[in-house]
Structures are given as structure tokens and as C-alpha cells.
Design a binder for this molecule. Structure first.
Ligand code: AMP
Length: 420
């Protein structure tokens, strides 16, 4: 038998740490749920074309990182590398945009897959919680999403993160800038791969981390100087609304992000305690995506926050989430008859909403009390034959160590009162 090992670039969520992941998902989705976003769930895989057209043929995500495969039936599918294209596809399929209530606001949570070089904070399977607001062009919507992400991180106690903000222009001004940038880049001394990138996606060259490339980029035309008046006004309004909401951000003209579909507002949340994989979340406006995948014009904006990296950010800041113990009451029977009686009591307590667990496997008192301790339960119920004869169970407070008999019929009320 070989070792029990998760595939390269993946890891399992196991108790007790897995509770942190659930809490992070909950914390990120809570502000969305109370801001008009409805939950959407799409398949883990889609037609490979959706991502090729949506995310972009020239992106690393599509060319290098996609888990694409052919099914036995001959369909070309890919495990989803991101959420936006799928969510938009689903919204179009269900005609949500035709119900007359734009924007369609949706949130989602799930697994995503990219064949990347694994390292801390970068996995081949990872989790995101995301939000999309489809079918409205309104700077307040861009601001809303950034504010809600900020609120989510803050509700977790995070503070060492920064918001980087940029505008990528629209279909009027970006092509003009693109031409100017290409002219500039073609004059530089760059390797074959990068030269190819100039032709396909020149903005990504600005993102090149290599110092020898960065050195040559000094003096490159900047998008800011090419934004049309409409884009400038739109971006300014987003900035004003964020500032009014007390959400601090940094203008980052080099923020282009790795997906082709962004227009106008783009943003990234970076955390300063995470080393090289510092982006904990990001998003932006994608006014042209719907048309790129064959739909009508639907200006939209969204983000995705990484659950894995948010958990790492919590660790980097030394934040311990206050996670309530999962078990409140632990029942320990002594003997066969007590086992039946206590098991019935456990079922009753559970049905009444009290988180209860039971000592299984016929353990003796010592072993059973050890399990009770490990469960984190505040109260233990112990009963043997003598107790049953008297119609009572022993209720032990695991914090104070105090123990007292309680009538079987009164256990639920007593526990409710104590746990309240
Ligand atoms: P993206 O879809 O690339 O904009 O990524 C959004 C967020 O998802 C990032 O900020 C990360 O937090 C997370 N993320 C993206 N790729 C990975 C990965 N390979 N491993 C872990 N988290 C990731």
C-alpha cells in the first residue's frame, strides 16, 4: 500500500482547522447576504470554450493552468479555474438578466482548479467566495463590492491588508493606449516569450516582475494619460464613494490582473504578511465579458476572495477566531441499560437543538471521560444503574467540576437554562 497522500498542490481540510475555513467562508458571505446578493452554485466543470473565450486565450490561466480534458462522450471540458465566466453563463442561461431587475446580484463559494507551481498560498485546488453584480454600469456598484470585501476582512479581525485600485479604461480608450504601449514595448530588448506577449496582451508586460524588464519600462506610456473622459469620471466617482465610506485604497497604475475580461475598475486586496503570494482577493468590472461569451451587452462587476489565503492571513496576524465549541453536552453511560436510556436522551437533546455527543464503543468511565474532555463539551451527563433506579442522571459542569443529580425528565430544561 502506498502512502496516503493528497495529490500534489492540494491539501485536506481536517478538524479542528477546517472549522476556520467554514468560519472564513461564512464571514465573507455574510455581508453579501445582507446586501441583496443571492446564492448561486454552478458545476465544477464547464465547456472548455467558455473559459477560453471568457478568461482569455492569451492568459496563463487558459494556456498553462487549465485542467482540460475530453470526456468519454467526446465533450471538451475543463475544471473551472475561476468563477465569473460560469456565473455569467448560468445567469444568461436562466435569463436572470431579462427578469427586469438589474443588476442581478449573486454570490458563490466553491473549489477552483489551476495547474500552477505549488508553493505556500498557491495550490492546484483552492477555495474562493465570490460575488458578481450583473447588468448595471454604476460606480456605486463597484464601490459596494469593494466596501463589502473590506467589511468581510475586517469582521475577521484582519487589518494588515491594502486595497490596490486602478482603471483599465474601456473599449474606446484602451485600444488607443494599447497601440501606444505596443509601439513603446516593441522598441525594448526583450526575450522571445515577452515579445509574443506584446502582441497578444501588452498590458501584462507591465506586470513583469523581472528587474531587467522593469528597468526598461521606465517611461512607458501610462493608461492614466489615455483614459477617456467617461472612464476618468467613472473612476473618480468610485474613488469618492470609497473615501466617503472610510475605505482606504492605493492607486496602482500597474494593476492589470491576470484575466483578460476586465474593463474600467480593477482592484486587488493584498496582505502584507503573506510573502510572494500576497493577493488575498481581487476583482473588477467586466463590461465586455457577456458579449465575449455570446450574450447581450451586460456591464458587470465582481470579485473573488481566496479562502485559503485569507486563513493564512489570519495566521500571519496571529488572529484566533472565536469558534464556539461544537459539542455542548457529552453523555457517558455506565452499563447496558444506561446506554439505551442515555442514547434516547441524547436524541431528545439533539432534536431540541442542544449540540450533544455520546460515548460510543463501550468505553469504561475513565476512557469515556477523556472523550468528554476532548469534545470540548461544557457539560457531561453520566448515568449508571443506581442513577437510573432513582430516575436521575449526574450532570457535571466540566469547567467547575461540580456534579449534581438531575431528574431525567428535567435534564432538557436544566441544560437549556444553563446553556442560555
Ligand atoms: P483570481 O481569480 O486570480 O483573481 O484570484 C482571486 C483570489 O483567489 C486570489 O487573490 C487568491 O486569494 C485566490 N487564488 C487564486 N489562485 C490561487 C491558487 N492557485 N491558490 C490559492 N489561492 C488562489
Amino acid at each position: 500500500m502506498s502512502t496516503f497522500q493528497a495529490p500534489k498542490g492540494t491539501y485536506d481540510l481536517i478538524p479542528p482547522d477546517s472549522a476556520k475555513f467554514l468560519a472564513v467562508r461564512e464571514a465573507i458571505s455574510a455581508p453579501l447576504k445582507s446586501s441583496g446578493y443571492g446564492y448561486i452554485e454552478t458545476p465544477g466543470f464547464e465547456d472548455v470554450e467558455l473559459f477560453a473565450r471568457g478568461v482569455g486565450e492569451s492568459t496563463d490561466i487558459v494556456t498553462k493552468e487549465m485542467y482540460a480534458f475530453e470526456t468519454k462522450g467526446g465533450d471538451r471540458l475543463a475544471l473551472r479555474p475561476e468563477g465569473t465566466a460560469s456565473v455569467l453563463r448560468a445567469a444568461l442561461e436562466a435569463n436572470l438578466h431579462r427578469l427586469g431587475n438589474l443588476p442581478v446580484k449573486l454570490w458563490y463559494s466553491g473549489s477552483y482548479y489551476r495547474y500552477e507551481r505549488p508553493q505556500k498560498g498557491r495550490y492546484r485546488h483552492f477555495s474562493q467566495v465570490g460575488a458578481e453584480a450583473i447588468g448595471a454600469e454604476d460606480p456605486a456598484l463597484d464601490a459596494e463590492l469593494i466596501i463589502l470585501a473590506d467589511q468581510a476582512y475586517r469582521s475577521l479581525g484582519l487589518s494588515r491588508f491594502r486595497i490596490l485600485l486602478n482603471s483599465l479604461g474601456d473599449k474606446e480608450c484602451r485600444p488607443v493606449y494599447r497601440d501606444a504601449l505596443q509601439d513603446f514595448l516593441r522598441g525594448l530588448d526583450l526575450d522571445e516569450d515577452t515579445r509574443r506577449r506584446i502582441e497578444i496582451n501588452p498590458l501584462r508586460v507591465l506586470d513583469d516582475k523581472r528587474p531587467e524588464v522593469q528597468k526598461q519600462l521606465v517611461g512607458a506610456p501610462m493608461l492614466r494619460d489615455y483614459l477617456c473622459d467617461a472612464c476618468k469620471a467613472y473612476h473618480e466617482e468610485v474613488r469618492v464613494l470609497l473615501t466617503a465610506a472610510g475605505v482606504a485604497f492605493e492607486d496602482d497604475e500597474k494593476l492589470v490582473r491576470g484575466l483578460d475580461y476586465y474593463t474600467r475598475t480593477t482592484f486587488e486586496f493584498v496582505h502584507d504578511g503573506l510573502g510572494s503570494q500576497s493577493a488575498v482577493g481581487g476583482g473588477g468590472r467586466y463590461d465586455g465579458l457577456s458579449e465575449m461569451i455570446g450574450g447581450p451587452a451586460l456591464p458587470s462587476v465582481g470579485w473573488a476572495l481566496g479562502v485559503d489565503r485569507t486563513v493564512l492571513a489570519l495566521e500571519a496576524e496571529g488572529i484566533e477566531l472565536e469558534l464556539p465549541a461544537t459539542t455542548s453536552v457529552f453523555a457517558v453511560p455506565l452499563g447496558e441499560e444506561a446506554r439505551r436510556v442515555l442514547f434516547a436522551l441524547v436524541t431528545e437533546l439533539r432534536r431540541a437543538g442542544v449540540a450533544t455527543d455520546f460515548s460510543y464503543g463501550g468505553k469504561g468511565l475513565k476512557g469515556a471521560m477523556k472523550s468528554a474532555n476532548r469534545s470540548g463539551a461544557r457539560y457531561t451527563l453520566v448515568a449508571g444503574e443506581r442513577d437510573l433506579a432513582e430516575g436521575v442522571v449526574q450532570l457535571k459542569d466540566m469547567e467547575s467540576g461540580e456534579q449534581s443529580p438531575v431528574a431525567l425528565t428535567a435534564v432538557l430544561d436544566e441544560l437549556r437554562a444553563r446553556l442560555a
